[in-house]
Design a binder for this molecule. Structure first.
Ligand code: ADP
Ligand code: MG
Length: 156
């Protein structure tokens, strides 16, 4: 499905909805150009998920761990050369854990991603407007689609 946000405030609202849908073992993949708002969205999601610490971009560390309702892992795989690097990082310990994992630039490591996940591709329209394309499968995805449908109904 497709969601248009007209401001950072809208993105915050969406982040809250997503944060409420995530639970044990869920994986959320974020893609879209540099500066489109992947980290910004993650900050709102994490806050709703109970992460008190301020989230910063993990571009140079690849992965950062936070504590929320459950462990919250934030990855940015932009700088990885190949999926082999993911094995070196021991990625399975994060993705297949009881925590929640958010992955920026997930398309780079698509072949090792679990089948059940939420994919969000963000496209920039102008300085503040974005379109989010949401697809995926699994429990969290089904829940999110339900929540997004009722959110859209209250907007229109
Ligand atoms: P990315 O992680 O995709 O490279 P960032 O989240 O670091 O991008 O940067 C996105 C920038 O765009 C932030 O400075 C943010 O404040 C700004 N921005 C403006 N409008 C929006 C919006 N509607 N959604 C997300 N970010 C927005
Ligand atoms: Mg980022």
């Amino acid at each position: 499905m497709e969601i248009t946000v007209n401001s950072l405030k809208d993105t915050e609202q969406l982040g809250k909805i997503i944060g409420r849908c995530l639970d044990e073992g869920d994986v959320l993949c974020l893609d879209g150009d540099l500066g489109v708002g992947k980290t910004a969205l993650t900050q709102f999601i994490a806050k709703e998920f109970g992460v008190k610490e301020y989230i910063t971009s993990p571009t140079f560390t690849i992965i950062k761990e936070y504590e929320g309702k459950l462990p919250f892992y934030h990855m940015d795989v932009y700088r990885l050369d190949s999926t082999d690097d993911m094995y070196d990082l021991g990625y399975e310990e994060y993705i297949y854990s009881e925590g929640v994992t958010v992955i920026e630039w997930s398309k780079k490591i698509e072949e090792i991603l679990p089948e059940e996940r939420i994919n969000i591709y963000i496209k920039r329209i102008d300085d503040v407007r974005r379109v989010l394309y949401v697809d995926g499968s699994g429990k969290a995805y089904d829940k999110l689609v339900g929540e997004l449908n009722s959110y859209e109904n209250t907007c229109n």
